[in-house]
Design a protein around this ligand. Structure first.
Ligand code: ATP
Ligand code: MG
Length: 428
């Protein structure tokens, strides 16, 4: 970054002859601050320390000549473009060319006219200062641009989150309505199917009781019964009817689960905010899904003591459950799930890692969208993560994802330790 320029330009004179220095200083002292050095090495040190606006440089000096001094000044990182005017008694064109090749900006021959030196110094310092001012402006524009880009990125991130919340909010309303409407019919279909199964079992039992009595019927009657049985394919019907009812009951069970998940979009009646030990919540949720996990993965725990925090506990359990089930489902045959808890002054984190299939780059953006799923029909409907997202947002937290295709995924839930009123009122 460029430093602000001092009000009066500063000229450094490097010359081994004190009289020359005095004459030059006398010519310039009115408009410039003057510093001087009587040798090349000393001059370079002073230039690095004070960063003058211009250097007047003698050529013939005992310790280091002006050409070498100029080259070193030009090679110094901190002084790349300070104007350097050679002042020398050498009049040969070849000396002048050498001076420019060494990086000189101008060349004045001795004896010099003070007015000429003044005019050249004035032009070069003005140009140098203008260039420095331009650089400073450029630097400040670059910084402004960076700030703007950062703000733009923040706005974009916020926009994405808002969009996600809006999507969830509208789906939530729709889902809550649909779920409410579907819930009643599902209830009676489920209960009727149960009763139907009992009735059918009783009827089949009755049929079993009747069958030995057929022998007592007339031959004609027996023939008619045999025909009816054959037409009805009674043997198959007997086998199939209970299977059909069981399948229907299973289907209804699945629909009930989906409706239950859908209702998770709205706020179901809750016991309210209460202090929760998240490690215990994680363990008890793990118990609930243990059947699904135990065949797929060994579970490793890396826990830290966590403070109790205010949560809607059943909601948090639901979010944890979705992440655990996803982790197990991501593992094809046998793998590992690692549960890691951490906390600092403000946040608690729960990370659930699996070494399963990972998430494809093109799916990354979509996994929190309602109904986005890569799983076969019947295995997933794509609600787990979007519900979890809403729940964690409602708690003032967030979910981070880190995943590599073929290597596995880590989903990290971040929750604030101090639960604010605002969080409580925060609608999904
Ligand atoms: N641990 C994970 N590893 C790999 N992919 C994952 C993981 N978790 C989620 N996904 C991807 O994100 C998608 C959405 O997950 P989400 O939990 O919302 O729905 P689902 O598991 O497909 O269905 P549901 O949870 O409703 O039964 C999944 O279908 C899967 O493609
Ligand atoms: Mg899921």
């Amino acid at each position: 970054m460029s430093n602000p320029l001092p009000p009066r330009p500063c000229v450094l004179i490097i010359d081994d002859n004190i009289t020359n220095i005095e004459v030059l200083a006398a010519a310039l002292a009115k408009d410039y601050d003057i510093s001087f050095a009587t040798g090349g090495a000393e001059g370079i040190e002073l230039a690095k320390k004070y960063r003058p606006d211009l250097i007047l440089l003698d050529i013939m000096m005992p310790d280091m000549d002006g050409f070498e001094t100029c080259r070193r000044l030009r090679n110094s990182e901190s002084l790349p473009d300070i104007p350097i005017i050679f002042i020398s008694a050498l009049e040969e064109v070849s000396d002048k060319v050498k001076a420019f090749q060494a990086g000189g900006s101008d060349y004045v021959t001795k004896p010099f006219q003070p007015e000429e030196v003044q005019a050249r110094v004035s032009t070069h310092t003005a140009l140098y200062r203008a260039r420095r001012a331009l650089e400073a402006r450029e630097e400040s524009l670059r910084r402004n641009l960076q700030e703007l880009e950062a703000t733009h990125q923040q706005l974009k991130d916020m926009g994405g989150k808002l969009l996600q919340s809006e999507k969830l909010a509208s789906i939530g309303q729709l889902a809550a309505g649909v779920a409410h409407e579907i819930n009643n019919p599902i209830g009676f279909i489920n209960s009727n199917l149960g009763t139907l199964k009992n009735y059918v079992t009783t009827l089949l039992h009755l049929l079993d009781e009747y069958e030995p009595l057929e022998i007592m019927a007339t031959v004609d009657m027996q023939q008619r019964l045999k025909n009816v049985k054959q037409q009805a394919d009674l043997a198959f019907l007997r086998e199939d009817i209970l299977e059909l009812i069981d399948e229907s009951l299973e289907g209804i069970g699945q629909v009930r689960r989906i409706v239950h998940d859908l209702r998770g979009f709205s706020h179901p009646c809750e016991s309210g905010w209460q202090p929760v030990n998240l490690q215990e919540a994680l363990e008890s949720t793990l118990n609930v899904v243990w059947n699904e996990i135990k065949l797929k993965a060994e579970v490793l725990r890396d826990y830290t003591d966590l403070p109790m925090i205010e949560c809607l506990s059943s909601q948090i359990n639901q979010a944890l459950l979705s992440l655990l089930v996803n982790a197990a489902q991501a593992i094809k045959e046998k793998g590992q799930i690692v549960l890691r808890t951490r906390c600092d002054d403000q946040w608690i984190s729960i990370a659930i890692s699996d070494n399963g299939c990972g998430i494809a780059a093109e799916h990354y953006e979509k996994i929190f969208d309602p109904f986005f799923t890569t799983k076969p029909i019947g295995k997933g409907i794509g609600l787990g993560l979007s519900i979890a997202y809403g729940i964690i947002a409602q708690h003032g937290g967030r979910i981070d994802v880190d995943s590599k295709i073929g290597e596995g995924s880590t989903f990290t839930i971040w929750l604030p330790i101090h639960h604010s009123q605002e969080t409580e009122e925060n609608e999904i």
